[in-house]
Design a protein around this ligand. Structure first.
Ligand SMILES: [Zn+2]
Length: 416
């Protein structure tokens, strides 16, 4: 046995779980089982992000790049992501949140897990690239959340153990509690080759439809060292000023990330566990052309629509890409992006309705929005440097121009 099995009597009693004084320490966490064979072309998120952190593409080693994690909510979203990965020869990372799993499973997240994982495995089998599946914001601290994390360990290749916030009581959890819960997930997942992402510090904004935090706290470097040592996680989301959701600040203001803190944490990680991957949450940037396109469609639909919704679109505030790029140099190899993809989807839907509001064909609307998502994914992968990893890109990435006025085929043809 290469790790200690951590036993406790009562699942719900925190004193038993963390010891009387809450200061129990846990040594020798289980290492990630890297010889686990997943379904064809599937691998752990850690394997792909470690490759990115080292700058490995094909047989070459260059500058670090990152994997944008795309939050998938529909079968069409999975198709859009695979089309983007295969066009670019990129490493793929598909994230599934609890509410997305409920959406896939008609209310039941475990059904959703099976449906989504099976479909992704079927696409991956026929794919030219390697892909990881990841549970986004798995909550191991509630009974319902625990079931989803346990299911995800069976069906996905990576899970997030988001135990830093007590969402029910709207407070941050103690370091000991966070370590205890996260270590339990590592004990379960690592021997199966499933990588685990922990969260340390409290991230502001809406994490999912189900969870929200009003306040944020930066990750404490001392806590960070203890956390990665005792939990054994190889992926961690430190909080350095990122924020979830479409409104990351007042309109006109800029989000400022604490890149200095990121570098300080990287130094610690390099000493304790050099294979640690940092994850940026709430890292959505914005596409100004998507906002312009939406406003254009609202204007054409009716002046009432523009008056009612135009300002909301113009008020969206994301994180500047230069800030995110600064993170890639500081050990961040997984960049969570969701809001800009959702905005792209909605913008394209407005355009579709505006083009033909009497079209009785679900596929037509699906195609318009799916192609828009593919465009959004393509541009984000290119921005993150994630192309030419498994084969040469099928387009000239420098010539690619993201424009919702163009059909996907034309956008790709223009980049030949
Ligand atoms: Zn997040």
């Amino acid at each position: 046995m290469f790790y200690e099995t951590w036993k406790y009597k009562d699942n719900n009693n925190l004193n038993n779980r963390f010891g009387e004084n809450g200061m129990k320490t846990y040594n020798n966490p289980p290492q990630l089982n890297t010889s686990r064979r997943f379904a064809d072309n599937m691998t752990s998120a850690h394997a792909l992000t470690l490759k990115a952190k080292k700058g490995e593409k094909g047989n070459t080693k260059g500058t670090p790049y990152a994997l944008p994690a795309f939050n998938i909510t529909t079968i069409q979203g999975i198709n859009a992501a695979f089309d983007a990965f295969e066009t670019l020869g990129a490493s793929g990372l598909l994230a599934l949140s609890n509410s997305a799993l409920k959406h896939f499973g008609s209310g039941d997240p475990i059904t959703g897990l099976e449906v989504a994982a099976d479909y992704i495995a079927a696409r991956a089998k026929r794919s030219s690239v390697k892909v990881a599946t990841h549970l986004d914001h798995g909550d191991y601290t509630t009974e319902a959340g625990r079931k989803v994390v346990q299911g995800a360990v069976q069906h996905l290749t990576s899970v997030m153990a988001d135990n830093s916030t007590d969402h029910a009581n709207k407070r941050g959890r103690s370091l000991e509690e966070n370590i205890g819960y996260t270590r339990e997930v590592v004990n379960m997942a690592h021997p199966l080759g499933v990588s685990v992402e922990g969260e340390l510090g409290v991230l502001a904004g809406e994490e999912d439809e189900d969870t929200k935090s009003e306040v944020s706290t930066y990750t404490n470097p001392d806590d960070f060292e203890q956390f990665i040592t005792e939990t054994g996680v190889l992926m961690i989301a430190p909080t350095i000023g990122t924020m979830h959701g479409p409104n990351k600040g007042k309109p006109g203001t800029k989000v400022k990330l604490n890149i200095e803190l990121a570098h300080e944490l990287l130094k610690i990680a390099d000493r304790v566990q050099p294979e640690t991957i940092f994850v940026a949450h709430g890292a959505s940037t914005l596409y100004p052309q998507v906002v312009d396109y939406a406003v254009e469609q609202l204007t054409a639909l009716s002046t009432g629509m523009l008056e009612q919704y135009g300002q909301t679109w113009k008020n969206f505030v994301g994180t500047d890409w230069e800030q995110i790029q600064g993170l890639i140099g500081a050990g961040f190899a997984k960049i969570n992006t969701d809001t800009e993809n959702r905005q792209t989807f909605l913008s394209a839907l407005l355009g579709a309705v505006n083009t033909n509001a009497a079209k009785i064909d679900i596929r037509w609307y699906d195609t318009k929005t799916t192609e828009a998502l593919t465009q959004s994914y393509l541009v984000k992968l290119i921005m993150a440097g994630n192309y030419g990893v498994w084969h040469e890109p099928k387009i000239d990435v420098k010539k690619y121009n993201f424009d919702l006025h163009l059909a996907l085929a034309d956008a790709l043809k223009n980049a030949q």
